[in-house]
Design a protein around this ligand. Structure first.
Ligand code: AG3
Length: 276
């Protein structure tokens, strides 16, 4: 006998995974976290019914949320990650030698604990001496953090529900702007181009009221049912112009990102281009 996990994106459409074994089911202060061994995508983490990542294709999302902004900056040294307690984003950031410090601010320590137990593949750099972890609400942290400190802020959040709602609001983006250096970059995951087009438009419009440069880009992320979007707010560098730095050593070991993908990711389908 086997079970099937469904994530519904609409009432009539979604993704599914055939489950081999349920490994963990935990209710934290903030959310419900489930981990299962899937039939052919390795282990899967689900939060409040939404797939966060699978072992098999987490590289698509993590490489694309990180390397596009990282290669758009000539010298990214201090990086802040909001959310992303599974460590996949931190792992990709630390592939860049320019990095001196990565601060991971995750609201839910249970996500970190469970990721450390079940996903060595994504948590492998959380013990790196350059990584610092703060278990705290990212919104609160940014209200108080030092001004003009970070080169890059990556918001690796869940969907805009529960504790993540505020991560899609203008007050939060303003706080990010303040925390970034005068050539800093903000990158946020901004949902599915197909099912959450309104969300992308809202995020893009809000960011473009705060940052001089605002860009949406996309990547194919099978575990989220197809295309996924990211929205960048940048003070100086235009990520759409392509990478400003090339480092063959990094990209030769990546499975998704390369310099052509970087340039091509900003080419949007017409149904999306109209709104953003
Ligand atoms: N970040 C979650 C992206 C949103 C997924 N949404 C969904 N499946 N409905 C994932 C965190 C990985 N570090």
């Amino acid at each position: 006998m086997s079970f099937i996990f469904f994530e519904n994106y609409t009432e009539g459409w979604g993704t599914f995974f055939r489950i081999k074994e349920i490994l963990c089911h935990k209710e934290s202060k903030y959310q419900k976290i489930e981990i299962f061994e899937s039939w052919d995508h390795g282990k899967v983490m689900v939060i409040d019914g939404a797939v966060m990542f699978t072992e098999k294709d987490e590289f698509t999302y993590h490489e694309m949320i990180v390397h596009v902004p990282m290669f758009s900056h000539p010298n990214p040294e201090r990086i802040l990650v909001i959310g992303g307690g599974d460590g996949g984003t931190v792992r990709e950031i630390l592939k860049h030698d320019t990095v001196k410090e990565v601060l991971l601010v995750e609201i839910d320590e249970v996500v970190i604990e469970l990721a450390e137990k079940y996903f060595p593949q994504t948590t492998c750099e959380l013990k790196n001496p350059k990584t610092k972890i703060l278990v705290r609400d990212g919104i609160e942290f940014l209200k108080e953090c030092q001004e003009a400190y970070f080169d890059l802020i990556i918001v690796d959040s869940t969907d805009p529900v529960g504790p993540a709602v505020g991560l899609f609001e203008s007050d939060f983006y303003n706080a990010c702007y303040r925390a970034l250096k005068d050539d800093g970059i903000l990158n946020v995951q901004s949902g599915s181009p197909y099912f959450q087009k309104d969300l992308i438009e809202k995020v893009k419009n809000t960011i473009s009221m705060i940052f001089p440069i605002a860009r949406v880009y996309i990547a194919g992320v099978p575990m989220y049912g197809g295309l996924w979007s990211f929205t960048i707010g940048s003070k100086k560098y235009d990520p759409k112009m392509g990478p400003v730095r090339e480092d063959y050593k990094i990209t030769s070991n990546l499975k998704y990102y390369n310099y052509d993908i970087h340039r091509g990711a900003f080419a949007l389908p017409n149904y999306l281009r109209k709104g953003v």
